[in-house]
Structures are given as C-alpha cells and as structure tokens.
Ligand binder design. Structure first.
Ligand code: PEP
Ligand code: MN
Length: 355
C-alpha cells in the first residue's frame, strides 16, 4: 500500500486528500510500558498517522477491565512529547471525559457505538466539545440505523465542530456467525452518498472480531473507497485485557498494510463488469419508466372507480393479480417471495396514487 506522504499536522485532521488515514493502537491502555512499547513499534511505519488507545472502556458485562482513566492520559501526553508527528485519540462517552482529553491536549476523540446510539449523550458531548478545535470521530451506533449515525454528526456540526470523520465498525445483530458486528456495507456507502465531504474510516477489528479477518475487511473497505482504517494493535495480543482475539501485533499490521491495494475507481472495476453495470443502469431506468407509465394508468383507473362509486381496493382482483405475477415470476426463474413483496409494494403505491 502506498500513500500520499503527508506527515505534518493539517489544519483539519480529517481531510480526504490525506487518505487512507491509518489509525492503529491498543484496544485499551493497560499500563505505561504496554503503551510505550506499542507506540515505539508503530512509529516505525510512517503510514501510521494516529495512535488509538482506549482509556475508558465500555464493557457489556460488569467486572471486566474498564480502562485506567486519567492516569493513562498522562502517559499519552508523555508519548505525544516524544513523538511530535504522531496524533493520539481515545474514546469519550461523558462530558467529563471530553474535558479531561482537552486538558491533556489529545488530537482527536471518538464517540463509541454504545454512545452514538443515544442522542441525549451525543448532545451532551457536543456541548462539551463546542469551542474546541479537537477532531471528532463518530462510530456508527450499534443498531443499523443510518439516521442515528447521521443525526449524531449533525449534532456535532450544529455545535460548530467541523473536523469530523465517521467510523464504520459494523452493527450488532442477534446470531452474528461470520462477524462480531455485521458490516452491512450499504449503510456506510449511503452515508457517503448523503455526506460526500465526510471521511469514513473503517474499523475492521471490531467488525470481524477476529485477527484473521482484518486484512480482507480492510481491503473491502479500500475497494469501497472508504477513507481510512482504524486497526487494533497490541504488543502481545494474546494477553490483551480487552478484545484479545481481534488485536494484531504492529508487525502484522505492517504486513497487512504492505498487502493492501489501493485501487482507483476505474482500476477496481474490470471492463466486463463495467459493461454489465451499464446494462443494469439502462434496465433500472427502463424499470422506472415502466413503473411511472403503470402509475399513470392506475390513476386513470382510480378516476373511473370514483366515477362509478367503486371502492379503491378490490380484493378479488388483487388476489388474481398476485397469483398471476407469482406464477409468471416462477416461469422466469424469479424467487416467489421476492415477486410477492415487489408486487405488494407496487400495489400499495398504486392504491396510494388512486386515493
Ligand atoms: C473500541 O474502539 O475499543 C470500542 C469499544 O469500539 P466500539 O465502540 O466500536 O465497540
Ligand atoms: Mn476494542
């Protein structure tokens, strides 16, 4: 992986020109030596621009390691003095955390997935951050709700925070077999469509939950043109106090970064795929034209129903239409449930037009 080489601090930390921004570091700071060892190793690779390190840890169950709080921030401040060209960030979940981070001059903070889900908490954090120039990252909420995610970003923007990035860390669902958190890639892609200026950083460590998935998830993120990676790195992952299964060593990180390919938009799409996509685009637009034509006819039918005092919804006719559609779909090799859902959606829109 090659990168635009910009090591100096930019006015705005999250600028898309500086991509992919690589953030790496331990899930949690466990002691001074562990932090120092991680930073000393990670600073050997100029591709690593920012060190992540958890100071307050949100734990699902009580009794686990909950982070060392302010003591750990003192060690970050020391590391910052030794490494002027490295940036440091940690998670904040309460206004007091923000105040402590500002006092210790952290370069960035992130709002975690269990916090971004709560508009009250995001509002409180936005107020605590207001007036500072610290960069802020917003992890997606644990639920697959793009409105909550974009709403959190809007709350920060409303508090005049303008150096913002989103972090995609996957979504909690019941029975996640393949991933710790389901990536549901269409959600970050939709966020990018809605907020094109907003850098989106992928966190493959929390998506996969397993170190062997970090590389392929990172490649997918780059292929989807996300703007950076946040990867959990620990000097001794097997003995990490939190998230040990997903953390990798700094050397493993460097070899993953060597293997990753940054493909341009054109390069990532073979010619044949481009041609097939062009065909799909044409078909999609034909489908919309046909639907619009169908709605025009449907409106005329609606007027005739009114003129003849007939109810808009005609259950018998609808049953025949649905049966015919499913039968035709079968002959065309289309899935029955898909045809059923599609027909019902078109029908309900048609009724809405006739109303
Ligand atoms: C973390 O980054 O260590 C963390 C707790 O992440 P998330 O909020 O994505 O679970
Ligand atoms: Mn973690």
């Amino acid at each position: 992986m090659q990168q635009n080489n910009t090591s100096k601090r930019l006015d705005k930390l999250f600028t898309i020109s500086n991509k992919p921004i690589i953030i790496a570091g331990p899930c949690s700071i466990e002691n001074r030596l562990q932090l120092e060892t991680a930073v000393e190793a990670l600073c050997n690779d100029r591709r690593v621009k920012m060190i992540r390190c958890g100071v307050w840890k949100p734990r699902t169950h009580p009794g686990g390691f909950e982070g060392l709080g302010e003591a750990a921030l003192e060690w970050i401040a020391e590391a910052k003095e030794r490494h002027a060209d490295l940036l440091f960030c940690c998670e904040v979940a309460k206004p007091e955390h923000v105040e402590t981070c500002l006092r210790h001059r952290l370069d960035a903070v992130w709002i975690g997935a269990r916090t971004s889900v709560n508009p009250f908490l995001v509002g409180e954090l936005a107020s605590a951050l207001q007036g500072s120039s610290i960069a802020v990252m917003v992890k997606n909420p644990i639920t697959p709700d793009i409105e909550l995610w974009s709403g959190a970003i809007e709350r920060l923007r409303n508090a005049s925070i303008d150096d913002i990035a989103a972090i995609h860390r996957g979504f909690s669902t019941y029975n996640n077999y393949s991933y710790r958190n389901n990536p549901l890639w269409d959600i970050p892609i939709e966020l990018k469509r809605r907020m094109p200026e907003l850098p989106i950083i992928c966190d493959p460590s929390h998506i996969g939950g397993r170190r062997d998935l970090v590389e392929s998830l990172s490649q997918t993120a780059l292929d989807l043109h996300l703007d950076g990676l946040m990867i959990e790195c620990h000097p001794d992952p097997d003995n990490a106090l939190t998230d040990s299964r997903q953390q990798i060593t700094p050397n493993e990180l460097f070899s993953i970064l060597d293997n990753l390919k940054i493909r341009s938009h054109e390069e990532s799409v073979p010619d044949e795929l481009l041609l097939l996509r062009q065909q799909l685009d044409i078909i999609d637009s034909e489908l919309l034209k046909l639907l619009s034509h169908r709605m025009d006819i449907s409106k005329k039918i609606g007027e005739l129903k009114k003129d003849n005092n007939m109810p808009i919804f005609q259950p018998l006719r609808w049953q025949q239409v649905l049966e015919r559609q499913i039968a035709t779909g079968k002959t065309l090799g289309l899935d029955e449930q898909f045809v059923d859902e599609l027909s019902k959606r078109i029908h309900s829109e048609s009724l809405r037009m006739q109303e």
